[in-house]
Design a binder for this molecule. Sequence first.
Ligand code: 13P
Ligand code: SF4
Length: 300
Amino acid sequence: MTQIVDEIKKLKEARRAVILAHNYQRGEVQDIADYVGDSFGLSQKAVEADAEVIVFCGVDFMAESAAILNPGRAVLNPAPEAGCPMARMITAADVRKLKEQHPGAEVVCYVNSSAEVKAESDVCCTSSNAIKVVNSLKGAEAVFVPDMNLAAYAQKFTSKKIIPWHGYCPTHHLITAGDVLVAKMEHPGAQVLVHPECRPEVVDLADGVFSTDGMIKYAREATADLIIGTESGLIHRLKKENPRIRYYPLSTYAVCPNMKMTSLVSVRDSLRDMKTQIRVPENIRIRAKKALDRMLEVGR
Ligand code: 13P
Ligand code: SF4
């Protein structure tokens, strides 16, 4: 392992590159990254990074967002085959139809979506600022795509009418209300944190609902052990940064296979061969960037 880690470090310096990794990445990939974070934090870092090359370890829409925000820099995706199934549950044509059906509504698009879908939307959001973004809209109605569970969660905190699409994350959908009841019985005293991509009945039983970085932050101050209702990769970072308490996965089935496709070898190869460079057609990129910029302006 140390040999490949050394190779990556040398290549990174030679290329003037920065490595960004999502919280669900394999532990060894998180460990060689310059920054590990949630979708919002990674978008911010992609804009701020002082580097000529960005190596994005995540799923395709994340590297694509970095490329949309950074036209002047090379954005490399070491595992371009890693997609997000939820992002594939809606097309730009579906969004255009929704806009025809709801002409008075603005379109909020979860970043887990294609560049084409972002280009059709007014503003993007992540799990960490969905409520803030919806409440920042001027009108009383918002079409919200593609995640129906995040839409249902945001609906609880706004007087605006949310019109949801029917997409969902297959990984978070595997977590059931029964899992929460069993985990609470097995670990009395531990608190249950879940991601807002979980089903509403799971969210209702949780002690806290957070984005992945939100859970990291919560753990820093936590006095009880934590049952983690999101993709398993987050537990690597939780244990590393805050070993003071114990962490239990809410479901051992909550693994996103796409997030695990990036490896140390693919990161090394991507830096060595400058592949796979992500390019978004300029007419789509400019429109999608407006929606992402507006999201970053709202903040979290
Ligand atoms: P976060 O932005 O909370 O990290 O979530 C991203 C994601 O893909 C959740 O499944
Ligand atoms: Fe997509 Fe779900 Fe994987 Fe996140 S965990 S990348 S939403 S499939």
